[in-house]
Ligand binder design. Structure first.
Ligand code: DIG
Ligand code: MN
Ligand code: MN
Length: 387
């Protein structure tokens, strides 16, 4: 049937997404907690490909060895029974009060050391479960007051931690790459490395930059009023789109983590079109959660909705690419007789001399039609299902 999610679509969910119990800063949980195995089984038959987890989502930090073994046995059984896999893992370096001043960038060297130790264990656990991507979201790596620490010193601390962990992965021979996830704020007033662009600049300063890429999230660029598809395109262009967190988000609000495509539908369309046009082959990870008002039956609808909307927009993207009127307009606005093709060959003194000799009729150039209103209306009508 149309729009039915299948494992080959590579849709994944964090355990914390379908396992979200509806707590918010102003209210208690509205849903009973589920075990990791129950969270996996909630997705059984949904068409989801995989689940991801923070270390603490799977094995509570104070679990005994026996408790750990039991949890992992039950979790592996659920994965085996459902055929769901674990493509990505991460560590929770933001929930425990010990990280209140950051993890890798905390002022207390003991906290920085504990964070490293916790991530070593979490990397081992993720690899044991089959993960090949490891996400770092530095939710507490930031400040409320910049009197507390130097951003330069914090950048060096973050760099030292990642360099150390990249060496660990290489030393262990793990097939694992790191995906950094930017966010501008929340829970810290200002989080370091707040955007895809900032992260790309930072990655280039690492010892093993080839091991490190991006995990951009829709909501996080939207929180800054940025165009998420432009950010994703920059990551892709740099060969750094290692993973992606899909959800939705109104501009200028706290991190809403809405169901994918549920508010900024046009932006979601351009994102899906980009991912499908370039042939992105990674996980389509939904880092989102159901409304606090939902019960678990509705949580299942939330998960189904994320995947179905992606598939519907994927079909819309194919229709856009096949729409003769839209494609004719694009051909028109991009028409190029090739008289300046010599500039595509890069710099030379001959090119400079030739370019200097060119004359430009700016009035005529201004009269060249750019029917973008027509083009955008056709896009809207395609999205509204009338073409
Ligand atoms: C928040 O958007 C973060 C955490 O949920 C997690 O560490 C990461 C992985 O998707 N996203
Ligand atoms: Mn988020
Ligand atoms: Mn995320």
């Amino acid at each position: 049937m149309a729009y039915e999610p299948q494992p080959e679509h590579k849709f994944t969910f964090g355990l914390w997404t379908v396992g979200n119990i509806g707590r918010d800063p102003f209210g208690a949980p509205t849903r009973d907690p589920l075990t990791p195995a129950q969270q996996v089984r909630l997705l059984e038959g949904s068409g989801a490909y995989g689940v991801n987890f923070h270390d603490d989502d799977l094995v509570p930090v104070d679990a005994t060895a026996a408790e750990r073994d039991a949890i992992i046995r039950e979790f592996k059984q659920a994965l085996n029974d459902t055929g769901i896999v674990v493509p990505m893992a991460t560590a929770n370096l933001f929930g425990d009060p010990v990280f209140k001043d950051g993890a890798f960038t905390a002022n207390d060297p003991k906290v920085r050391a504990y964070a490293l130790q916790k991530v070593l264990r979490a990397i081992d656990l993720g690899v044991e479960m089959g993960a090949s991507v490891y996400v770092f979201w530095g939710g507490r790596e930031g400040t409320e007051t910049d009197s507390s620490k130097s951003p330069l010193e914090s950048s060096q601390r973050f760099r030292d931690a990642l360099n150390f962990l990249c060496r660990y992965v290489r030393d262990q021979g793990y097939n694992l790459k790191f995906a950094l996830e930017p966010k501008p704020n929340e829970p810290r007033s200002d989080i370091y490395l707040p955007s895809v662009g900032a992260m790309l600049g930072f990655i280039s300063t690492l010892d093993d930059p080839e091991m490190v890429g991006l995990n951009p999230e829709v909501a996080h660029e939207h929180m800054s009023g940025l165009n998420f598809t432009h950010a994703v395109a920059q990551a892709w262009d740099a060969g750094k789109l290692f993973h992606i967190d899909l959800n939705d988000q109104l501009f200028g609000r706290y991190d809403q983590d809405f169901r994918f495509g549920s508010v900024m539908l046009k932006q979601a369309f351009y994102l899906v079109k980009f991912l499908e046009d370039v042939g992105y082959a990674g996980s389509r990870h939904f880092d989102a959660h159901a409304y606090r008002t939902s019960d678990y039956a509705d949580v299942k609808e939330f998960a189904r909705g994320c995947m179905r909307t992606y598939l519907i927009l994927k079909e819309k993207a194919a229709r856009f690419n096949a729409d003769s009127e839209i494609q004719a307009l694009l051909a028109e606005v991009k028409a190029d007789e090739g008289q300046y093709a010599y500039l595509a060959g890069g710099y030379s003194r001959e090119v400079v001399a030739r370019l200097r000799g060119e004359t430009f009729d700016r009035a005529a150039m201004n009269r060249r039609p750019l029917p973008y209103e027509r083009l955008d209306q056709l896009t809207i009508e395609l999205l509204l299902g009338v073409r």
